[in-house]
Design a protein around this ligand. Structure first.
Ligand SMILES: NC(=O)c1ccc[n+]([C@@H]2O[C@H](COP(=O)([O-])OP(=O)(O)OC[C@H]3O[C@@H](n4cnc5c(N)ncnc54)[C@H](OP(=O)(O)O)[C@@H]3O)[C@@H](O)[C@H]2O)c1
Length: 286
């Protein structure tokens, strides 16, 4: 088995994003591609992720505005997202999870203009994705497909199994794989015979949040395994949903955690911002 280098893929995407951001800034309108990140809690992991987005944005020439809110009401949060959607100087809007208790991203995400919904949070974006219409997919789901594409993984007619059915990862990954003509099975916590179903997959995507759930008996020999899971360890590290050492003798390719899907996700978020800025300003960059 060999590991897929997500950092190298992110670096390659980053080069193209940097060039496109520079071209926007050099265009007649001097457009500064701008991402607004709404942070409605002080969750440590969320703040760490937002800082990493800010650093990557800085490296690629995307402006990143962070709006830290203090336990906003639903109405306040929705107004903030609507105001940013109406702001011509902002091209992409994301709302960082977790949200304050009782609020759901599927609900408030509907206040983000789909044209600026660079992390696919709006149900309109998910609906458009399902209908095969242009839309921003959630960056993590887009990252899974980008990795498979760059790995030249055959998808047409391939058996793909996605473990996890969340709106932000599992469902959009399944839709994107379907659009690539894979035969897709979606599994979840109530799935019977999970290992048996997974072991038939040419492409296995784990998006669960259970460290080491995917063991050797889940993996078909020669399968490509994409590990989306991020599970904190007691010593401050991070592990995925896949038991990497257990599947090493069976999988052909595996994304590590960290260093797999995560860095590609961040870079695709920024690519979406640049695309949104190009579209909004009618700036075509070749
Ligand atoms: N690398 C990245 O950029 C990135 C981005 C986003 C998320 N993540 C990580 O990806 C993982 C999934 O995130 P998420 O937001 O999709 O999580 P989520 O909303 O909690 O969804 C988890 C899914 O896993 C299913 N599940 C739970 N236990 C299971 C089990 N024992 N067997 C089979 N399925 C099981 C759940 O089934 P039910 O629907 O039946 O409850 C649910 O569909 C997390 O570790 C998260 O941190 C990584």
């Amino acid at each position: 088995m060999s590991l897929i280098d997500g950092r190298a893929i992110a670096a390659a995407i980053g080069q193209a994003v940097t060039a496109r951001a520079a071209a926007l800034r050099a265009s007649a309108g001097a457009v500064a591609p701008t991402l607004a990140v709404v942070v409605p809690t002080r969750d440590e992991a969320a703040l760490w992720y937002v800082r990493s987005i800010g650093r990557a944005a800085g490296r690629t020439g995307v402006d990143c505005r962070v709006l830290q809110l203090s336990e906003p009401s639903e109405a306040e949060l929705r107004t903030t997202l609507r105001d940013l959607s109406a702001d011509d100087t902002v091209h992409g809007v994301i709302c960082q999870t977790p949200l304050p208790a009782g609020l759901s991203l599927s609900e408030v995400g509907g206040d983000i203009d789909p044209a600026k919904d660079v992390d696919g949070a709006s149900p309109v974006s998910l609906g458009r994705l399902a209908a095969g219409l242009p839309a921003f997919a959630p960056a993590t789901a887009a990252a899974v497909l980008e990795i498979l594409r760059r790995e030249q993984t055959p998808l047409t007619g391939a058996r793909a199994v996605v473990v996890g059915r969340s709106t932000v990862v599992g469902k959009p990954v399944a839709l994107l794989l379907l659009a690539e003509n894979a035969t897709v099975t979606v599994c979840h916590s109530r799935t019977a015979d999970l290992a048996e179903i997974c072991s038939g997959a040419d492409v296995l995507v784990a998006a669960v949040g259970r460290a080491g759930l995917i063991g050797a008996d889940f993996v078909k020999p020669g399968a490509v395994v994409i590990d989306v899971g991020t599970n904190p360890t007691a010593d401050g590290g991070l592990v995925g949903d896949v038991d990497a050492s257990a599947v090493a003798g069976r999988a052909a390719r595996l994304t590590p955690v960290p260093g797999g899907v995560g860095p590609v996700t961040t870079m695709l978020l920024l690519r979406h911002v640049v695309t949104a800025a190009e579209t909004a300003t009618g700036t075509t960059v070749t």
